[in-house]
Design a protein around this ligand. Structure first.
Ligand code: PDD
Length: 298
């Protein structure tokens, strides 16, 4: 029953028709990947999600830098020259007429007979797709705020790499969805909230200091987080990279998630804990504006 509603909710998210797949622009339905692609067999790959706003890319340079860092950490060779990514990404925006939406870019170690150890000079695989988002999608979530559940952080020790190996995130997100929430905050063995399944987690303390988990191997350093921080510094808004626990959430004035898909979105509930008066607080629009001013369009 719930599953049905979920897909109904997804109906406006029409997948685009043209994908870039290993050098070719192909009809979405004809875009195929080899069954021995290591992305398929081992989740041996990395990805980026870019937001598209008014047909422009949000923080493209930062995303590309992180993509190359992820590939470097996993010793995956870039399938194309660094300066040609922008050409293909822009082509996907144009060919699919995306005004507001997302670009998904995935690189895997490529095709090889199944074997855990990998060939070193492997030609990697690349796929770029795009999808439209309804223009009011963010506004609605921003106005209403979102509910978050919590889940054990079952991930590996290199969450700083944006790998497609996302099974713990997938399971936690599904658990959140079943419980009527849109994100799950992940709690590690020490009881610290590291981040969300697909977003960074923030709380605003009663002393008006924003808190988010330090940027280290336990989280993905979000590009939205990076730009938001730039904006916070510009406006001298108090911010600390600090580990926080559920008891801190209980005492928080406001809470937020940040990601390329959600920008800065207020959180109104974490499990049974109501944040503030259960509605987005007065800092939500300030923080959103700070972020929107700080991001770079290309
Ligand atoms: N997820 N943490 C995790 C685990 C994420 O997957 C993401 C993004 C973020 C925020 O990163 P950014 O601000 O660069 O989007 C943090 C993307 C959107 C996804 O997997 O769909």
């Amino acid at each position: 029953m719930m599953q049905k509603n979920y897909f109904k909710l997804e109906e406006p998210f029409k997948l685009s028709r043209i994908a870039y797949v290993n050098g070719n622009y192909l009809d979405f339905k004809k875009s195929l990947i080899h069954i021995e692609d290591r992305g398929y067999q081992f989740a041996d790959g990395v990805y980026e999600v870019f937001n598209v706003s008014d047909s422009k890319l949000v923080d493209y340079d930062l995303h590309l830098k992180r993509l190359f860092r992820s590939m470097g950490e996993l010793k995956i060779k870039s399938p194309i020259a660094k300066n040609t990514y922008i050409y293909h990404v822009k082509n996907i925006i144009k060919k699919n007429i995306i005004i507001n939406g997302l670009i998904y870019l995935q690189i895997t170690r490529g095709v090889a007979p199944r074997d855990h150890k990998f060939p070193v000079n492997q030609k990697s695989s690349i796929v770029i797709t795009g999808r439209h988002l309804p223009a009011d999608e963010y506004e609605i979530k921003f106005k209403e705020g979102i509910k978050v559940t919590t889940h054990d952080d079952l991930r590996w020790g290199r969450c700083d790499i944006k790998t497609v190996s996302l099974l713990p995130n997938v399971l936690a997100k599904q658990d959140a969805y079943i419980k009527g929430a849109s994100e799950a905050w992940l709690i590690n063995k020490e009881g610290h909230i590291t981040e969300g399944c697909a977003s960074n987690a923030w709380i605003l303390r009663k002393d008006n200091t924003l808190i988010s988990h330090p940027s280290n191997n336990s989280i993905l350093t979000g590009i939205t987080r990076t730009s938001f921080l730039k904006g916070l510094r510009k406006h001298s808004i108090k911010f600390k990279e600090l580990k926080f626990k559920i008891k801190d959430v209980r005492n928080a004035k406001e809470a937020f998630v940040t990601s390329a898909t959600q920008h800065v979105t207020p959180v109104i509930k974490v499990d049974k804990i109501k944040i503030g008066n259960g509605k987005p607080g007065k800092f939500a629009s300030i923080f959103r504006d700070v972020y929107m001013e700080a991001l770079q369009l290309k």
